[in-house]
Design a binder for this molecule. Structure first.
Ligand code: ADP
Length: 452
């Protein structure tokens, strides 16, 4: 059931109940006013007749009393009358001629010859003799007026109800028209045109706020989709280069018969490029998993000193090749973190790989670990080319490289991957760098003692 129909149904039901209640109140109120007026008149006239009979009657016989009653009745309006009785209820006089009887002192209703009446009954003592009289007034005219009123009220209900349903239909249609437009516009939006926005109604109402919120969300989705597109494009681009290299190397080797040494050389190049390719694919997969919210990490208590020592021996041959001074300072006390050993190793190796790549021969690289309040800090310091402030803010972006020519096979995924892993450990990476003098990358991890 549409909102419009529900609104109209609710509003019409409430309106209908209100109208019926109004009609009932008006009807009962008017009727009681009419009856009260009639009763007040009757009581006043009865008191008048009572006084008239007592004051004006000269003599003691019934004829004199009847005469006074007759005289009084000449002043009564059309539709009213009196009937006089002796003390035993024997009728003496009636104007107009009716057979009305009754004994209620309070005004009461009765129907006489099909005519509704109000009547009072009184006893009066005139010159020592008791008489009774009934005084009445017809309600015929009042009832007719009340019937007319009832007709008007009954007619009013359907007329107003139809008007209210019609009005509700028009108003709700106008109020909800933007919803249809928004629905149509929203249906047209897909991944390809996330940058288009919904029409925002100009009235400052709920719909305007809803559309604004939708547009903000569309903008966020557009930015995210743009990043994803860029990531996919960059990834394919970065994968194409090593694959092309591998294919070209293989094709060249196969073109003519060659010496064993040449073949070995080609295969070695293919092997190196393949391992580079494997590294890129692993980083891409890791980041894709991170985007999908799957960490794939398994946490265990691990000794930071052990990790540092392990990495020392792994990196040593490479620093030797480049004639770099390589210093490792394991923590002076036992430090442990809850972490994924493999992932944290990848972080440190990525930082050390960068340090080696961007530090000229005879430079110095240092790996050290220490404790700082509730955290464990692992630092990789180099005396390399450093990073200018302008690039410092961007080096954690995917595929970002200050100078791709100097990146030695990297594709700009090492730092984003390292940052993601550290963040998945509730830690953070900070970097301070001095152009031409070197950089320090600091990895902060919550100390295992502080983890719950
Ligand atoms: P890559 O694998 O290409 O090195 P990273 O994401 O690891 O990608 O690093 C991004 C960029 O940050 C590098 O291309 C380099 O320009 C800069 N960078 C990273 N580490 C260092 C460092 N220790 N010294 C100087 N520049 C660095």
């Amino acid at each position: 059931m549409s909102i419009r129909l529900r609104l109209i149904l609710w509003h019409s039901t409430v309106f209908f109940v209100g109208l019926v209640a109004f009609a009932i109140v008006v009807w009962i109120g008017t009727r009681s006013v009419v009856y009260n007026d009639t009763d007040t008149w009757l009581v006043r006239q009865a008191a008048g007749l009572d006084q008239f009979l007592r004051m004006e009657t000269h003599g003691t016989d019934q004829a004199a009393v009847v005469e006074e009653a007759r005289e009084f009745s000449t002043g009564l309006p059309q539709g009213s009358g009196i009937r006089l009785f002796d003390r035993n209820g024997v009728p003496l006089y009636s104007q107009p001629d009716t057979a009305i009887t009754g004994a209620a002192a309070e005004p009461s209703s009765l129907i006489h010859n099909g005519t509704p009446l109000r009547m009072v009954h009184r006893r009066v003592t005139v010159a020592g003799q008791e008489f009774q009289f009934a005084m009445w007034r017809s309600l015929e005219e009042s009832e007719e007026a009340l019937n007319d009123l009832r007709f008007v009220l009954l007619m009013m209900i359907p007329v107003f109800l139809v008007a209210s349903v019609g009005g509700g239909w028009v108003v709700s249609r106008r109020a909800l028209r933007p919803v249809d437009e928004i629905t149509k516009a929203a249906r047209r939006i897909s991944l390809q045109n996330l940058s288009s926005s919904l029409p925002v109604p100009s009235h400052k109402d709920e719909l305007q706020r809803l559309c604004e919120a939708w547009n903000e969300m569309l903008h966020r989705l557009d930015v995210a989709a743009g990043r994803l597109r860029q990531f996919t494009a960059d990834s394919s681009h970065e994968l194409r280069t090593p694959v092309a290299f591998i294919r070209t190397t293989a094709e060249l080797a196969l073109r003519h018969p060659r010496s064993e040494e040449d073949y070995r050389d080609a295969i070695r190049k293919i092997r190196d490029k393949s391992s580079e390719l494997t590294g890129i694919i692993e980083s891409l997969m890791e980041l894709a998993r991170a985007d999908a919210g799957q960490t794939g990490l398994s946490f265990a208590l691990l000794d930071v000193g052990e990790l540092v020592t392990e990495i020392r021996s792994e990196v040593e041959p490479f620093t030797g090749q480049k004639n770099l001074a390589w210093a490792v300072r394991p923590p002076s006390q036992e430090l442990s973190v809850m972490g994924d050993r493999g992932a944290l190793r990848r972080v440190l190796l990525a930082l050390l790989d960068n340090a080696m790549k961007f530090t000229p021969a005879s430079g110095r690289i240092e790996l050290r670990a220490s404790a700082a309040s509730n955290e464990v800090v692992v630092e990789v310091e180099d005396s390399g080319i450093g990073i200018s402030d302008q690039h410092l803010t961007r080096i954690f972006d995917r595929f970002y490289q200050v100078d791709p020519a100097r990146s030695g096979g990297g594709v700009g995924l090492g730092l984003p991957m390292a940052q993601w892993i550290v963040q998945a450990h509730s830690g953070r990476i900070e970097v301070i760098s001095d152009l031409q003098h070197g950089s320090i990358f600091r990895v902060f991890l919550p100390s295992a003692a502080t983890r719950v």
